[in-house]
Design a protein around this ligand. Sequence first.
Ligand SMILES: *Cc1c(COP(=O)(O)O)cnc(C)c1O
Length: 389
Amino acid sequence: MSAGGFPEIPLFDLRLEPQDLEAVAQTLRSGWLTLGPRTQEFEETFAAHLGVRHAVAVSSCTAALHLAYLAAGVGPGDEVIVPAFTFAATAAAVLYAGGTPVFADIRGLEDPSIDPQDVARRITPRTKAVACVHFAGYAAPVQELQALCCEHGLALIEDVAHAPSATAGGRKLGSFGLAGAFSFFSNKILSVGEGGLLSTDDDAVAEQARALRSHAMTSGTWARHTGATTTYDVTGLGFNYRLDEPRAALLSSRFRRLEDDIARRRVLTRRYRELLGAVEGVTLPYRDEDVDTSSCYVLPIMVAPEVQGPLRIALREKHGVQTSLFYPSVHEFTAYRERFAGVSLPRTELASRCEVTIPLFPHLTEEQQDHVVRSIDQELRALRAGVSR
Ligand SMILES: *Cc1c(COP(=O)(O)O)cnc(C)c1O
């Protein structure tokens, strides 16, 4: 599809290489399709990469979050402080565990991470855990949150869906909390369609997650297939949160290009920041130096609330540029508004009215970038002059 003579520029685009397809084909030919040697190989690779003791591959980041909250001991009557400037799963998984999400505000438009001071204000005797999201691939104030959690005896859970291989103080994100939850969903950095992973340094957390992802059985079919055991017990209320072998193989294959993909995302992000810095009416979250340690998952820009909607429509209809909104505030969604009436998070709500996510993926070209920035500049000028739409 094209608009105004330009090819449509998608928000994300995924390219698989021949070796990725071959890794999957080999797995299919092997005749073993779920939890097995390829899953274990990927887990070992990913744990070493993060510098943590354990990586437990699961079916989604949402599943990893659910297992992380359970590992933190979250149950009925317990509260978990979560950001509302995130995807709904960060909060929904608290509800799966029987707990209550308590929403905390972000620091502001220039740093849309959860605000440790607001978190501190929301701690009650019922608080069990705090979740942070490394938004867009940039580290949340994870050291401050770690200190706060330590002081109050709370578990820190990291939602690392956006931030594989990103760091804070030289340490990989997903290695700070009791557990980290990664996503391999189709539009994420290390995408394989569906998939997730729980990272942890805690042996008991890993053991529990490994059991619960497969019905809390004491042994899996692979152990029985290889003759390690002949029977199993069920020791708790487990789930089917397994990852299958073709996806594990695809993960291992794609993982080899992760650092190169992120390096390319950083180059594009720096170039976007330079070009957009000259565009009147655009605020860029985070600082230039933050790009060096970010995974640069998406490129968020902030514009005036009154132009957010018309800008997005004009970019799509007149310039063939796809955008998104990361994120509508979770507490403003129908289901959450009804359940958690009266929540007010002024900075989160403002960010949800200002944010526009623009195209970013490793093979985005400079010409496409120039087109995106020129289109934004042109439309913002038109909107200021009041002649657009
Ligand atoms: C995508 C995403 C999730 C959910 O990931 P799934 O793998 O689709 O379950 C959770 N949190 C954040 C911040 C996300 O972006």
